[in-house]
Design a protein around this ligand. Structure first.
Ligand code: NDP
Ligand code: MG
Length: 329
């Protein structure tokens, strides 16, 4: 698979364009600041009166409401929460799009599940950093970057891929490597990954480990260090050198215990459940459920957030992290 790096990509195709970044949140502030510091002409759209409006102002940006920002730009990056993108698209973006404009996304959700269907005379591309927005910003200021995926959905102007690569370069992505995919694969792998492994699987694994130790009569503080704090140190080893690096670095006792017991945690049944989770992503059942939940005032989301907040690992964790001056607030 082709990986694009710094020296074979150029910022040129975006230099003469006017860019609007819609949303100054996690991804929005990172893309906007990095592009501005890469010499691009960037304005922001935010909700008037909101905290992010003032934040973007203080960072030196011109800030408008979405409709005006779309009118005055030719490249429009949608960095709003996925569940509100359709509404903002219908009300503020679609009525103000001009032939030849380019719509940009950082995740394929709304295009792939056809919540947003742009007219055929509009370029549609994606630049999806494989990391949270604050890391996209921090790595850029440190002179490196977060790897990015790019994808082209519509290309009436013929130079959409050049613009996607320019964007990826402008936010620092080509320092780490950029690969081309399509909206379907990005959306489905991203949703599956966050559900089964990154956000869902890992959180439940941590809670289950913690609960087991506490039920077994051990101190919650001990259980916290063992099941949450130390996980970062292990994940850092995966990140640097894969599973082998982790196994090399831990004791032989940990390596043998892990390899024999881990398989009892992730059983054939768990793998079958993963396949079902993937199926719900592929057939759109998850997207439908999440959009309906949001439209309904997200009662389930609120309840689950409360449950998470009140779990003992969270209350113990707050106290312990306060003692660790090196853990970023
Ligand atoms: P956030 O929720 O962090 O930020 C969204 C911003 O949009 C907020 O500042 C919000 O303001 C603002 N906003 C809400 N409504 C409007 C409106 N009508 N007009 C203008 N601004 C508005 O979102 P993320 O950065 O997490 O996500 C953005 C996109 O990036 C999504 O497509 C997501 O899938 C994708 N992505 C996110 C990643 C991440 O790490 N978070 C990683 C890769 C992709 P307010 O706070 O006032 O509501
Ligand atoms: Mg992701």
């Amino acid at each position: 698979m082709k990986v694009y790096y710094e020296n074979e990509t150029s910022l040129e195709s975006l230099k003469n364009k006017k860019i609007s970044v819609l949303g100054y949140g996690s991804q929005g502030h990172a893309h906007a600041l990095n592009l501005k510091e890469s010499g691009m002409n960037v304005i922001i759209a935010e909700v008037k009166g909101g905290a992010a409006w003032d934040k973007a102002r203080s960072a030196g940006f011109e800030v408008l409401e979405a409709a005006d920002a779309v009118k005055s730009a030719n490249v429009i990056m949608v960095l709003l929460p996925d569940q509100i993108q359709k509404k903002v698209y219908d009300e503020a973006i679609a009525p103000n799009l001009k032939e030849g404009d380019t719509l940009v996304f950082a995740h394929g959700f709304n295009i792939h599940y056809k919540q947003i269907v742009p007219p055929s005379n509009i370029n549609v591309m994606m630049i999806a950093p494989k990391g949270p927005g604050h890391l996209v910003r921090r790595t850029f200021t440190e002179g490196s970057g977060v790897p990015c995926l790019i994808a082209i959905h519509q290309d009436p102007s013929g130079d959409t891929k050049e613009m996607a690569l320019a964007w990826a370069k402008g936010i620092g992505g080509t320092k780490a490597g950029v690969i081309e995919t399509n909206f379907k694969d990005e959306t489905e792998t991203d949703l599956f990954g966050e559900q089964a492994v990154l956000c869902g699987g890992s959180a439940e694994l941590i809670k289950a480990g913690f609960d087991t130790l506490v039920e077994g009569g051990y101190a919650p503080e001990l259980a916290y260090f063992e099941c949450m704090h130390e996980l970062k140190l292990i994940v850092d080893l995966y990140y640097e050198g894969g599973l082998s690096r982790m196994n090399y670095s831990v004791s032989d006792t940990a390596e043998y215990g892990g390899m024999t017991r881990g398989k009892k945690i992730i059983t054939d049944e768990t793998r079958q459940t993963m396949r079902e989770i993937l199926k719900d992503v592929q057939n759109g059942a998850f997207a439908k459920e999440w959009l309906a939940e949001y439209a309904n005032g997200q009662p389930k989301m609120n309840q689950l957030r409360e449950e998470t907040k009140s779990h003992q690992i969270e209350t113990v964790g707050v106290k312990l992290r306060e003692m660790m001056s090196w853990v970023k607030k």
